[in-house]
Write a protein that binds this ligand. Structure first.
Ligand code: NAP
Length: 233
């Protein structure tokens, strides 16, 4: 499936929620697509629903072996990746606050939402470097901004605050290699994570991510975006 003309993207957690909507948006923009889910069956089902030759792979971003296997499997078929969208994430805080949260819950959030993203960029770097204008987009949250920190969601907020920190550092490190790295806050979105009261559709949540992947100036890097505008961290 290698053809230098085609733009190619990988979306983690592309099987449902905002990730599925990002996948639909990228397909509509003509991108070749790889989507991941922790279960290959779920990834297969979503890929069939999306159609147009979407490639499904199994990936747990909390597990380095799984990340290595995913890179090996993808690298058999492709020689470059233009866009890496780190969308997969968890919200493990339940009936807790910063005074009671367990270490387990803190670790689950930061291991997936922050460390998983850093390890994904490290692992996919050779494929990203082989693209002319690679972009990494990290799906963060307004709850990870300084003004959005909430004591009742300690693990989630800290993991997204740290993810925004990782975006800044990755952007610095990858600037000389021509790879743009940005964070996006999708707003409160109706998904399994966001719940049924959320005001935004997954497509609205995906909009800025798809725009950054396909239309935004490549020179934009190291920023936090919401509704196609840079906002403060
Ligand atoms: P969702 O419907 O719960 O979907 C989460 C996705 O992440 C699923 O595809 C899930 O895959 C994947 N995932 C979770 N843990 C993973 C792991 N260890 N390895 C690989 N994949 C994993 O949530 P969503 O609302 O679409 O959220 C997508 C992103 O937007 C997240 O980063 C979230 O923090 C962010 N966000 C959401 C909202 C909101 O209101 N919904 C607001 C701000 C930010 P499986 O199917 O395999 O579990």
């Amino acid at each position: 499936m290698d053809s230098q003309q085609m733009k190619r993207a990988l979306v983690t957690g592309g099987n449902r929620g905002i990730g599925f909507a990002i996948a639909k948006g990228l397909l509509a923009a003509g991108y070749e697509l790889i989507i991941t889910s922790r279960s290959l069956e779920d990834a297969n089902q979503a890929a069939n629903e999306l159609g147009n030759g979407v490639v499904p792979i199994a990936l747990d971003i909390g597990d380095d072996l799984s990340i290595e296997q995913a890179v090996r499997s993808v690298s058999k078929d492709i020689a470059y990746l233009d866009v890496l969208i780190n969308n997969a994430g968890v919200y493990p805080d339940k009936n807790t606050d910063v005074l009671t949260v367990s270490r387990d819950v803190l670790e689950t959030a930061i291991n997936t939402n922050t460390f998983g993203v850093i390890k994904m960029v490290q692992a996919f770097l050779p494929l990203l470097e082989a693209s002319q204008e690679a972009r990494v987009i990290n799906v963060s949250s307004g709850m990870g901004s300084i003004g959005g920190l909430t004591s009742t969601a300690p693990s989630y907020c800290l993991s997204k605050l740290a993810l925004n920190g990782a975006t800044i550092m990755l952007s610095q490190s990858l600037q000389t290699r021509g790879i743009a790295v940005n964070s996006v806050g999708p707003g409160w979105v109706k998904t399994d994570m966001g719940g049924s009261s959320a005001p935004r559709t997954p497509e609205q949540g995906a909009d800025t991510v798809v725009w950054l992947a396909t239309e935004a100036k490549h020179g934009e890097s190291g920023k936090f975006w919401r509704d196609r505008k840079a906002i403060s961290f």
